[in-house]
Design a protein around this ligand. Structure first.
Ligand SMILES: [Zn+2]
Length: 196
């Protein structure tokens, strides 16, 4: 019986509390765990998070081998291959929850804000990445740190919506109640994840 989305979310919240308290799990990454997972995986959640080195989902949620299906890109920017990775997990694994995890002070979202005026992000591929983020943000940074956090939330919530609008497979899974998508924000200062 697959874990329900609400149970998976509770598990991630408990894991983040352990991470913040420093009392992290010691199980789940032994030789026996490697062998146990040799044939099959059954991650409790699919997590799309920023590639930022300070936001590794397995660490901030205190999860171990086989527990998270992790997909990452700078600024959680979407691309066909990234969406396909999530589609694969939705179609073949038992996860019932997709988490889109943004974080404070996100350099990719900051870069997207800086290039809204049409300025180059530095390369053709970087321009494609920020172009994906652009429609989800406002681009107003009057109070840089506070307003960037608003932009990160807009981006994460927008990604949650765009996963549905850009993928028939994910849209169908959401419409039949197979999958729930939630957005979250990781704080680089406290280590806490806040969910919508
Ligand atoms: Zn980031």
């Amino acid at each position: 019986m697959p874990m329900r989305a609400v149970e998976a979310l509770a598990l991630l919240k408990r894991g983040n509390n352990r991470f913040m308290s420093g009392l992290v799990r010691q199980d789940g990454q032994t030789r026996a765990d490697i062998l146990r997972l040799f044939e099959w995986q059954s991650p409790e959640a699919i997590v799309l998070s920023c590639s930022d080195s300070r936001v590794p989902p397995e660490i901030v949620f205190d999860q171990k081998l086989g527990e998270l299906f992790s997909v990452r890109s700078a600024g959680t920017a979407l691309s066909p291959s990234l969406i396909a990775s999530i589609e694969y997990a939705v179609e073949t694994l038992e996860s019932r929850l997709i988490v889109v995890l943004g974080h404070t002070n996100c350099g990719a979202v900051q870069c997207a804000v800086n290039t809204l005026c049409g300025k180059s992000a530095g390369s053709k591929n970087l321009n494609l990445l920020v172009a994906d983020i652009h429609p989800r943000i406002r681009g107003k940074l009057k109070q840089p740190s506070k307003d960037l956090e608003i932009e990160v939330w807009l981006n994460a919530r927008g990604v949650a919506k765009d996963l549905i609008s850009r993928s028939d497979l994910i849209a169908r899974a959401v419409s039949i109640g197979q999958i729930e998508i939630v957005a979250g924000l990781y704080s680089l200062t406290t280590g806490a994840v806040v969910f919508d």
